[in-house]
Design a binder for this molecule. Structure first.
Ligand code: PMP
Length: 449
């Protein structure tokens, strides 16, 4: 099998996600034969360093021997069973461990099989909670500008990335979108905490005036990832938690991308010392092996659904593969790896290396900002640095960096004009420096005209 042979077969039958398929008339498709550690290898022996953890899912590298062994053992026991009326050891053990690890008070685990579905679950559960309490007028959700929570219709409705949302607008429920705490928007001399506090006033205003209608606020703690790796100060989360309590509104923390050590703590909410009413987890939950997601919530919320069947208060949401045993086992193996070594301590070192490796890019005339939160480091290109004027999106500058990186052997899929490193935690300092060099070359090429 050659690369070309598989690409041709692919292009005849596969419709790829998040892709204008016509791009593949000129953009190479990369057929991958195997993965090992940070590397992906094609059919001709070319290797690509997976610098974005395959859409942020992979934590400890591809084909990890320990996760593989755990999955093989699980395969010989039980591949899947319905989770309604039945249970199995991996889902029980995983729930017990997540309850121990998550911010205090999150004692109940409801499973789904991808991030968007977890967001749907949290939205429905919040609405349903208030309905069960007789507060049927609470039907609205608040989200932040530039937020992203997935691609299903409910999740899109609480997102704000025009590229994904605008087309489907007529199909979507109307959420309330408020200015976010994005530190990129700071005024000269303003700190990230100051911009967060300034922006919080708009949130406070909405909550104060519309609390009667609002079920929940949904946010991505600390980093708006699909929104271009925009980052903000934890003070916003602390304030938001207090305000939600004041106005009897739920707080949904979507840690699908930032959970499991990405931001420096196991969960990003920890940096604001707050417990959300719903914590959505997916992606890194299984170490990047299998689709699984979970919504963790409180005993009080669980209790609001617990009653005689005839009262019809139960949460009847379901997905066929809810709590799949193989996926749960991969998640348990991933948590074992966190327990076996000081992953967060090691990441602190790697994060420092990432920061140092990218630091000089800050001085580049077309780099608006180099920003970093833990194991996420992003470089944003602009046309006019002084006025932060972006390049016209049609120019697809980030894509030029992507192409260059592929030629050099790195997978650096951008988000528009934002290129970023979000690597597996087993990357070495040398590999980080090598990626930074590739990024530097790519930026020079991408901004040459
Ligand atoms: N929320 C966030 C913060 C995400 O980054 C993503 C995926 N990029 C999702 C939700 C949706 O997850 P999935 O792609 O598994 O549906």
């Amino acid at each position: 099998m050659s690369n070309n042979a598989l690409s041709s077969r692919d292009l005849a039958v596969v419709w790829h996600p998040c892709t204008q398929m016509k791009d593949h008339e000129s953009l190479p498709m990369i057929p991958i034969r195997r993965g090992e550690g940070v590397w992906l290898e094609d059919f001709e022996g070319h290797r690509y360093l997976d610098a974005i953890s395959s859409w942020w899912v992979n934590l400890f590298g591809h084909a990890h021997p320990y996760i593989n062994a755990c999955l093989q053992e699980q395969l010989s026991q039980l591949e899947h069973v319905i989770l309604a009326g039945f249970t199995h050891e991996p889902v029980v053990a995983l729930s017990e461990r997540l309850v121990k690890l998550a911010p205090p008070g999150l004692t109940r685990c409801f499973y789904a099989d991808n991030g968007s579905s977890a967001v749907e679950v949290a939205l429905k559960m919040s609405y349903h909670f208030f309905r069960n309490q007789g507060q049927t007028q609470k039907t609205r959700f608040v989200c932040l500008q530039n937020s992203y929570h997935g691609e299903t219709l409910g999740a899109l409705a609480v997102g704000d990335v025009a590229l994904y949302k605008e087309t489907y607008q007529p199909l979507l429920m109307q959420s309330i979108t408020v200015p976010g705490p994005d530190c990129f928007d700071r005024e000269p001399g303003e700190s990230c905490a100051e911009v967060a506090l300034r922006r919080f006033e708009a949130m406070e205003q909405v909550l104060a005036t519309q609390a009667e209608q609002i079920c929940a606020v949904i946010i991505e703690p600390l980093v708006q990832c699909a929104g271009g790796m925009r980052m903000y100060d934890p003070i916003y989360l602390t304030r938001l938690r207090k305000a939600c309590d004041r106005y009897n509104i739920h707080l949904i923390a979507d840690e699908i991308a930032v959970g499991f050590g990405r931001t420096g703590s196991l969960f990003a909410c920890e940096q604001a010392a707050m417990t959300p009413d719903y914590l959505c987890l997916s992606k890194g939950l299984t170490g990047g092996y299998l689709p699984l997601s979970v919504v963790m919530t409180t005993e009080a919320i669980f209790a609001a659904f617990y009653d005689e069947y005839q009262k019809l208060t139960a949460f009847l949401h379901s997905h066929s593969y809810t709590g799949n045993p193989l996926a749960c086992r991969a998640a348990l193996a991933t948590l074992d790896l966190f327990a076996q070594t000081d992953v967060l301590g090691h990441n602190r070192h790697l994060a420092q290396v990432m920061g140092e490796a990218l630091r000089d890019l800050q001085d580049h005339p077309h780099v608006a900002e180099v920003r970093q939160t833990g194991m996420i480091a992003a470089v944003e290109l602009v046309k006019d640095k002084a006025r932060k004027i972006p390049y016209p999106w049609q120019e697809r500058r980030g894509l030029r960096i992507y192409r260059h990186a592929l030629q050099r052997g790195a997978l650096l899929r951008p988000l528009g004009a934002v290129s970023y490193l979000m690597p597996p935690y087993i990357i070495t300092p040398e590999q980080i420096h090598w990626l930074a060099d590739i990024l530097r070359e790519g930026i020079t090429l991408a901004t040459a005209d």
